[in-house]
Design a protein around this ligand. Structure first.
Ligand code: 5AD
Ligand code: SF4
Length: 467
């Protein structure tokens, strides 16, 4: 593995632009997780460096990029549907270049399928090849032939990539790439490769720039941020990294995802408790299942008991801490009894936010070889049961916030006239009345303190408290 600094190739950019009579436009859509969205922002940055403008209109585009996700079959089907719909556009405009990148094309079968059945797709490349886009595009433009790269296992970390961010107050900051956990259901280790960490100095440099630019919410990204630092020359773990970043003064909060419960330490929880000014009192700690036999089959390396102990320690240590989680329902062999264990764990913890998924079989993973006798309808019933229960759990938790004052990052106009909406650090939506004498532009992108006066299931309502 090597650390490489990106240098824009101006001569290559000039040669690419020769193929376009006017400023070329790119339409880019990301389909996946926050890491995938951040990859999209880097792709936009690299293309802006070449001389491309962005467009939201596919019909206006000279280059269309689908930045894909492989984590569930449903996401893949959606992408194939969207690619299929481009056939007509390409027939109308043969000069259009169509690229498919991201996690999906890190699977050989997907590249084969594109090669055989989607002749209008011109380019494919993986999430570890963002810096290569200008070369690949030039290869396609100059050679005329399709450039469908096979999945690659490149491990280099490319620093100093240009970026065009989707927001001017919320930013993603990747701290590590890849994953070594091999949860038995998960495709990520196969498509994103081995775990590798960025150097602290590179992270700090990007972080200071973001704070200087006025970013208010910075989310550190990694498939498993808790194992940050393995393999680095410097002896540094995730908690040390947080400590180091928090020392930088400024009006910002730091969030991070995803934490694997097996690697979440008391040191991490103590670090969060020590920095309430910058570290959100919130943990996204995906449990996946509440049943020990299923957790074992999933290769998660923790028990229900160990997970609950971690939650209890966080509750004791971080005032007002809240939790969110991912749940997989219908893992192969999950019985009604296993599922009831999940329901009871969800009750016990009381999450502010849940992301629930029906198990999706991913070729090449260990779980794909397990017998899976439960009918899909039953799995769908289970997920509905979780959602019903979650509403009952959430209602009193939301009501309990009436009368409190919350720090809210203002994001947009609210749903009703004369209101603004923003989010608390645990993602809870808050809508409040626009204070007299203020315009939305005065407040969007900054923190306000909101006195909560009422609660719905999906959001809190309130008024700005005296600042
Ligand atoms: N099927 C369903 N859900 C999955 N996830 C990962 N792999 C699968 C799969 N094969 C879910 C997990 C993970 C989240 C990002 O996606 O809950 O935490
Ligand atoms: Fe999807 Fe996982 Fe790739 Fe993110 S890392 S885009 S969730 S497959």
């Amino acid at each position: 593995m090597e650390y490489i600094n990106y240098h824009p190739d101006l001569e290559l950019a000039r040669r690419i632009l020769e193929y376009y009579p006017t400023t070329p436009r790119v339409y880019l859509r990301s389909f996946g997780c926050q890491q995938n969205v951040n990859d999209g922002e880097l792709l936009r940055g690299v293309l802006a460096g070449v001389g491309f403008e962005g467009t939201e209109d596919q019909a206006q585009a000279d280059l269309i990029i689908f930045n894909t996700c492989a984590v569930r079959e449903h996401a893949e089907q959606r992408v194939f549907g969207n690619i299929g719909a481009l056939k007509k556009l390409k027939a109308k405009n043969p000069r259009l270049t169509i690229a498919v990148c991201g996690c999906m094309v890190q699977q050989k079968e997907v590249v084969e399928k594109l090669r055989a059945s989607y002749p209008f797709v011109d380019l494919t490349f993986g999430p570890n090849e963002i810096d290569q886009l200008p070369q690949l595009l030039f290869q396609k433009l100059s050679g005329g032939r399709r450039v469908l790269s096979d999945p690659n296992d490149r491990t280099d970390i490319v620093e100093e990539l240009p970026v065009v961010r989707g927001s001017d107050f919320k930013a993603f900051l990747p701290i590590m790439y890849g994953c070594d956990n091999f949860c038995s259901y998960c495709i990520v280790p196969y498509v994103r490769g081995r775990e590798r960490s960025r150097r602290p100095k590179d992270i700090l440099r990007e972080f200071s720039t973001l704070v200087q630019q006025g970013y208010k919410e910075i989310t550190l990204l990694g498939q498993n941020v808790n194992s940050y630092g393995k393999g680095l020359e410097e002896k540094v773990d995730f908690s040390d990294l947080l400590e180091m970043l928090c020392r930088l003064p400024g009006d910002y909060i730091l969030r991070f995802m995803t934490s694997h419960p097996k690697d979440a330490t008391h040191k991490l929880i103590d670090t969060i408790a020590a920095h309430p000014e910058h570290l959100a009192p919130h943990l996204h700690l995906p449990v996946q299942s509440g049943s020990d036999p299923i957790l074992k089959e999933m290769n998660r390396h923790y028990t229900r008991q160990q997970y609950l102990e971690l939650i209890a320690y966080a509750r004791k240590t971080i005032p007002g801490v809240t939790f969110s989680s991912d749940i997989i329902v219908g893992f192969p062999g999950e019985t009604a009894e296993d599922f009831s264990q999940t329901l009871s764990l969800l009750k016990e913890v009381g999450y502010m936010q849940l992301f629930t998924f029906i198990y999706s079989k991913r070729g090449g993973t260990r779980a794909a070889t397990l017998p899976d006798p439960t009918p899909y309808e039953e799995k769908a019933d289970r997920i509905a049961a979780i959602q019903r229960q979650q509403e009952n759990i959430l209602e009193p938790m939301m009501k309990a916030r009436i009368g409190s004052v919350q720090r809210v990052l203002v994001e947009s106009a609210g749903r009703t006239e004369g209101t603004l909406a923003g989010r608390m650090v645990d993602n809870t939506l808050v809508q409040f009345t626009l204070p007299q004498g203020k315009t939305p532009a005065d407040l969007i992108g900054s923190f306000v303190r909101v006195a909560i006066t009422d609660a719905r299931l999906s959001m809190l309502l309130g008024e700005v408290a005296d600042q």
